[in-house]
Design a protein. Structure first.
Length: 232
């Protein structure tokens, strides 16, 4: 029986030589597998995982954080900015006037919009929407200006729109043409091209100012909600 098994093994090795080769492959003396996993806090030394130094499960070197290893794919977003509220007077804008929260230039606050998935990430804006508490849609044309930083202005609400150039990267024209019983709204796109793209610097937010583009009658304490859409 033993001779028969040996003969059969010889036959298999002759017909299928790779089986004999596979049986003869051995790791060289002193061979040790490479450990491909390590851990540590961001900015610190990466400690190799070994049998005697396992990956910690609580506390210690593993901290809550986000690490982006390459940026694969994009996600669409719809980001409502902080609400803009007109002063408590009312009036009529001329085309090219600033729509703001204060008639005093130094007190004008740009809107803040969170648009990036992570700090320092890219953002592409494709559309802006405006919803306002004023139900009138007569001459309700606006221009949304987007900045990577915080802009300052020369004039306050209802004055000529003049801002610094630093950080300005997008302008979108919005026509508010849908009237409801309690609000009015509209949407628009960039005035140049179809998108506006920037890579933000150590932040997830951008700033927005609004400009009137027609002789629009605004109300005391009127509110505006600007929403930016795109992908990041």
């Amino acid at each position: 029986m033993t001779r028969q098994l040996a003969a059969f093994a010889l036959l298999i090795a002759t017909l299928c030589p790779w089986t004999a080769l596979a049986q003869s492959v051995q790791a060289p003396a002193g061979f040790a597998p490479v450990q491909a996993v390590c851990f540590g806090a961001l900015g610190d030394t990466c400690t190799q995982v070994t049998a005697g130094n396992p990956l910690p499960t609580t506390g210690g070197a593993l901290t809550a954080s986000t690490v982006i290893i390459g940026d694969v794919g994009t996600a669409s977003f719809s980001a409502a900015c902080t609400t803009l509220t007109n002063p408590g007077t009312g009036g009529t804008y001329a085309s090219g006037d600033l729509v703001a929260n204060s008639a005093t230039a130094g007190s004008v606050t740009a809107l803040t919009c969170t648009v990036a998935r992570y700090s320092g990430g890219p953002v592409t804006i494709t559309r802006a929407r405006i919803q306002t508490s004023n139900t009138s849609i007569t001459l309700a044309g606006f221009r949304v200006h987007a900045y990577t930083g915080t802009p300052t202005v020369t004039n306050g609400n209802d004055g000529v729109f003049v801002s610094i150039a630093a950080g300005h990267f997008c302008r979108l024209d919005v026509t508010v043409d849908l009237a409801f019983s309690d609000a009015a709204m509209g949407a628009g796109a960039p005035t140049v091209g179809t998108t506006c793209t920037r890579v933000l610097s150590a932040t997830t937010t951008i700033r927005v100012l609004v400009e009137a583009r027609a002789a629009y009658v605004w109300l005391a304490n009127q509110t505006y909600i600007v929403t930016l859409e795109g992908f990041n």
